[in-house]
Design a protein around this ligand. Structure first.
Ligand code: SF4
Length: 479
């Protein structure tokens, strides 16, 4: 459905979920688009800026792949670029405001160089009010497209460049999973692999089910093919991605599809497998067992809890209690004692009392997280929580965030103390951005390790002796 100004509406997701899934997969063929479109970028440069989660990073890699097949070359600044592409995130208002600020500041550049094309895509483009705003107040934006039709980028660009028209194309329904899209991977040592798209959970604060649609799993054979191709390219790690990976395969009628997929990915022999993001409600014992059994499934788990208060969790519609989360935590620790945990936490959800916040601190003390992504609650328009009074003053939210961050830093430091003097296996991602003579990479426990060593360690799995600890990183020397 091609949405024009004024016609676009946020899809009713609950209704959409009732639809049965039809033809699941389509194959992408760049050269099925008009011949002229496949040569559009010859002699031109693109600048791509991606915000937000790893799913967005993976989308950015696909768009980079398509653009390069069309002849575009990448560049790292807006002045040099013929095409500026903003791949956006809608999860937090602050991030949206930043994007709008940046796009706003491009007005002058566009006036000076009218032939430059400015495009906005990603989750913000799936929001009706943002699309309206762009149409009314941001005439410098030439192209807007959403998360469900990014595979149409070549054709949309063709219409922009040759039709001289402003193109707004946002699909309100998910459509098919499109396979065989080109990709330009951003990491030499690891590769992101989408296993599914969308989310059916409808946590009351979250906009993702509205911007990314209902759950659609890729076929297992397509996923395994991608994991094997990573190996062939010399990459050491596959990072399996989904908003709720534990729901993988349900839409295809599989039971416990994620564990099954995880084991098959591990059987490919790739050296490391990680996966994001898990949901405590859907996590199965069989997945814990797979993690325990396969040495190439890394023993680190990102398991968002969001709050330690049962009442807040109920109002967030998370579908579990603090007690059931801690039970799952205990089960994992019992089966895999060395497992490390990271999480997501929100402070200042509507109505959160001091006592309820204290319950979050209690849970943090219990689980001794290695890292947490902590956020101040901000309402997202169109979500159920946005109609609850946002009644916690900002200074209280900030104070709670500080207390929480200090608590997490303490537990992470205490956990890291256990690694001091030990040897960890680090996948070396290259030289550190901060110090030229230092490498950086991630250990099996998913700790960021900065270490010294001889030349040529890039993309190697290196034994590193831990010589120094911080809350969220380790220092070391290659052995
Ligand atoms: S599980 Fe909840 S927080 Fe995560 S993407 Fe789905 S709706 Fe959003």
């Amino acid at each position: 459905m091609n949405q024009k100004h004024g016609e676009y509406k946020l899809p009713d997701r609950k209704q959409a979920l009732k639809r049965t899934r039809d033809a699941v997969t389509a194959s992408y063929d760049l050269f099925a688009v008009p011949q002229q479109a496949s040569q559009l970028g010859v002699g031109k440069k693109y600048y791509l800026r991606t915000y937000g989660c790893q799913a967005n990073v993976r989308d950015g890699e696909t768009m980079a792949g398509m653009l390069e097949m069309m002849g575009f070359a990448p560049c790292d600044n807006e002045e040099e670029a013929d095409l500026l592409l903003f791949n956006t995130c809608a999860v937090r208002k602050a991030a949206e405001d930043r994007v709008l600020g940046e796009i706003g500041s491009l007005k002058t550049l566009k006036r000076q160089y009218p032939s430059k094309l400015i495009a906005l895509c990603g989750c913000m483009a799936q929001e009706e009010e943002i699309v309206d705003l762009l149409i009314r107040k941001y005439p410098q934006v030439d192209l807007v497209f959403g998360t469900h039709n990014l595979y149409r980028l070549p054709e949309l660009l063709y219409r922009c460049m040759h039709g001289g028209e402003r193109v707004i194309e946002v699909f309100s329904e998910e459509g098919k999973v499109v396979e065989n899209l080109p990709v330009h991977r951003s990491h030499p040592s690891k590769g992101f692999v989408n296993i599914m798209y969308g989310c059916n959970k409808f946590c009351t604060y979250c906009i993702v089910p509205y911007t990314r649609g209902k759950e659609r799993s890729r076929r297992k054979e397509d996923i395994l093919k991608e994991v094997l191709s990573l190996q062939k390219e010399g990459r050491r790690e596959a990072v399996l991605l989904g908003q709720n990976v534990n729901a993988y395969g349900r839409d295809l009628g599989m039971e416990d599809g994620f564990t099954d997929l995880l084991c098959d990915c591990a059987d490919t022999g790739i050296e490391r497998i990680r996966f994001y993001t898990s949901h405590p409600r859907d996590y199965s014992i069989s997945t814990i067992e797979a993690m325990r059994r396969y040495p190439n499934i890394m023993k680190s788990l990102h398991l968002p809890v969001q709050s330690g208060s049962d009442e807040i969790l109920r109002r967030m519609a998370r579908g579990y209690t603090a007690g059931s989360y801690m039970k799952l935590y205990d089960e994992m620790k019992e089966r895999i004692p060395e497992i490390t945990f990271t999480t997501d936490l929100i402070v200042g959800f509507p109505g959160e009392t001091d006592e309820q916040f204290q319950k979050t601190l209690d849970l943090v003390d219990y689980c001794k997280f290695d890292l947490a992504y902590t956020f101040i609650y901000s309402p997202r328009s169109g979500t159920p929580a946005a109609s609850m009074p946002d009644d916690i003053p900002m200074e209280v939210k900030k104070e709670r965030l500080q207390i929480l961050n200090d608590r997490i830093a303490d537990s992470a430091l205490a956990n890291n103390r256990r690694l001091e003097g030990k040897t960890v296996k680090v996948l070396c991602e290259g030289r550190s951005r901060k110090k030229e003579d230092v490498y950086s990479g991630y250990s099996e426990e998913n700790k960021l390790v900065n270490f010294t060593g001889p030349d040529g360690l890039e993309n190697q799995i290196v034994d590193v002796k831990v010589t120094g600890i911080h809350s969220f990183s380790l220092d070391g020397e290659a052995l």
